[in-house]
Structure formats: structure tokens, C-alpha cells
Design a protein around this ligand. Structure first.
Ligand code: MN
Length: 326
């Protein structure tokens, strides 16, 4: 995905408020994606109230949307300092990148692309795709690995039945299931589909913070309602999460987690960097078509131009002070 909100999006993290008990519900805002055919997505992070959950730094949720009129077409665009996770519920996206990867992203299949120092990719929904529905997630790379080489990992987690739900662990470990996919910081990423009127209790790492993104269902996280398209956040310090579906129909959710990411980052467009100068340099290298990002072969069309140089110097944007538990 390419972040069209970028021109005004500056996020700096690293300073955290006091943690508080309970579940914080983060609403989504509608954002048009870049490219010739704008797809509307619902973005839950980053936002003013929260910039990261573990190293997860970006959560876009989209569809179900009918795409008979041509679908998603994102021309080659760059990434640096991050990994992208494409996870679909329906539809198929054709992926090409400057590592030379050509693959099809299908529902229930993890595709983890490492931008590291620099990568470029295109994403186009296939002609057969009639409905697009899924999430696009980004992972910030820690200082020691943010110049990592380009990489692309594909993994299809086996759906596992647990009492009241079906679980697909695509990154990290949950309830005895472990993904073999390598990450640079500890992470959790899983799809949890609950049966109608089911409650599941999940043992989790108390060193992790967690976010539950609800796709469908009448879902409660630890007793707090999290409406569809919104995300329930739980601070570190708990070793169990309880998820309930009060609907007569199944519920679909995505659970994200990781230890708090303590480094300061700045996000602009499709870059995760550390300061203003790095944004300007990465932007210029994309505009100059240097080998930092490389070429995407096989995409018929022009690459995405970078937005204009940001007209503000990055000002720190921090998590606001948290409510203290009564
Ligand atoms: Mn992208």
C-alpha cells in the first residue's frame, strides 16, 4: 500500500504516557489510498491517541468493496525502514517488487515484505477479483536492522480450532501456535474468527501490548465493546485476553501485539525514518530513481511520484497523557 495521507502525516513516537488499566477503543478514520484508482481505507494507527502497538506502526482495514470497475492499482512506490504485511479476507492482489518477487496475495496467506534500506513494489488486484477485503499492516524496523536487505516471506498458517473460535497465527505465537516467519522484534499477528455467542480466553505475553481490530461481529474485548472497524488497545501487564462475540453470526478479528517499541520514529509517506533529513534524502532518492529502491519489472505504467517536500519540520507528536485508572 502507499500512504496518500503522507503529505500531512508526521508521527513521532518514543514517549509514552502512563499506562492504564482496561481497554482503550481507537476509532478509525477514512483515508483514500494513493494511485489512479483510490481505494478508501479505515486507518486505526497511527492516530493522535496512539502511534504504535509493539512495532506495528500502521493499520489499514478496507472493504468488503466491489471492485468490478478495475479494482486496486497501486503503481510502483518505495518503502524504507519498515516491513509490510498484506492479509486478505477476500480478493487476490498481484505483487511485484524490486527484489524480483512476483507473487499473488490470497486470503489467509501471509506476505511479509521487508523494505529495510529500500524496496519498491506494485500491488494490483487481479481481473478475477470482484470483492476486496482485508488489512494492510506495517512494522517499524528497530535501529539495528532498519537498513536490512530486501526480503519477501510467504507463509500460509494452518487454521486451528480452539474452543469457540478458529485461529490463524501469521506472526509470532499464540495459544500454542507459532509462525515460522522471522521478524526483527517480537511480534504477534493472528486472525481470530469467533463462533456466534462464543467467548475465548487467550493466554498472552504480559510484556506485550495488544490491539484487537474488529472486522465483523458484536465483539467485546475484556468486557469492552469494540465496534467493527475499530481497534481495542490493551497495555502490557496482562497475561490473558478475553474476547467475546455476542452476535448470532461469526465474528472476524485481527489480534496484533508486541513489546512497546521504545525508539523514536518519524513516518512520512511510505517511509519510517528517524528525522526530517532522512525523509528528504529518501524522497530525493526515489525521485532520482537511484538503486536504493530499485526497479519493479513487469508493471505496465508509471511509478508513483513522491508527494511534495513536507512543508513542516517534524514536530514531536506524542501519545497524550493517559487516564489513570480510578
Ligand atoms: Mn506499499
Amino acid at each position: 500500500m502507499s500512504n496518500a495521507e503522507a503529505a500531512s502525516e508526521v508521527v513521532r513516537s518514543g514517549t509514552r504516557g502512563e499506562s492504564t488499566a482496561g481497554v482503550e477503543v481507537l476509532s478509525a478514520r477514512d483515508v483514500p489510498l494513493g494511485g489512479p484508482r483510490a481505494l478508501q481505507v479505515r486507518r486505526t494507527i497511527p492516530q493522535r491517541a496512539r502511534t504504535l502497538i509493539g512495532a506495528w506502526c500502521f493499520s489499514d482495514h478496507y472493504g468488503p468493496v466491489e471492485v468490478a470497475a478495475g479494482g486496486m492499482d497501486l503503481p510502483p512506490h518505495p518503502h524504507t525502514g519498515l516491513q509490510t504485511v498484506s492479509w486478505l479476507f477476500s480478493g487476490t492482489i498481484e505483487h511485484r517488487d524490486s527484489l524480483g518477487t512476483h507473487s499473488f496475495i490470497r486470503p489467509g496467506e501471509l506476505n511479509l515484505m521487508t523494505g529495510g534500506r529500500g524496496i519498491a513494489h506494485s500491488e494490483v488486484s487481479t481481473a478475477e477479483t470482484t470483492v476486496l477485503h482485508g488489512v494492510q499492516l506495517w512494522v517499524a524496523l528497530p535501529e539495528a536492522h532498519r537498513d536490512a536487505g530486501r526480503d519477501f516471506q510467504h507463509h500460509v498458517p494452518e487454521p486451528v480450532r480452539i474452543d469457540g473460535a478458529e485461529l490463524r497465527v501469521f506472526l509470532g505465537s499464540l495459544d500454542g501456535e507459532t509462525s515460522p516467519v522471522r521478524t526483527f522484534t517480537p511480534l504477534l499477528g493472528a486472525q481470530l474468527d469467533l463462533d456466534p455467542h462464543a467467548t475465548v480466553t487467550l493466554p498472552v505475553d504480559p510484556g506485550f501490548e495488544h490491539g484487537l481490530l474488529v472486522d465483523t461481529g458484536d465483539v467485546q474485548l475484556d468486557g469492552t465493546s469494540v465496534p467493527p472497524a475499530e481497534l481495542g488497545y490493551v497495555a502490557p501487564g496482562v497475561d490473558v485476553l478475553t474476547v467475546t462475540n455476542r452476535s448470532d453470526a461469526p465474528a472476524r478479528t485481527i489480534l496484533l501485539g508486541g513489546p512497546p517499541f521504545e525508539e523514536e520514529i518519524v513516518m512520512w509517506w511510505n517511509f519510517v525514518v528517524r528525522d526530517h533529513e532522512e525523509i528528504l534524502r529518501a524522497r530525493q532518492e526515489w525521485e532520482d530513481a537511484t538503486d536504493r529502491f530499485g526497479d519493479v519489472e513487469g508493471y505496465h505504467g508509471r511509478r508513483l511520484p513522491a508527494p511534495p517536500v513536507p512543508d513542516v519540520i517534524m514536530t514531536p507528536r506524542r501519545n497524550p497523557p493517559r487516564r489513570t485508572a480510578p
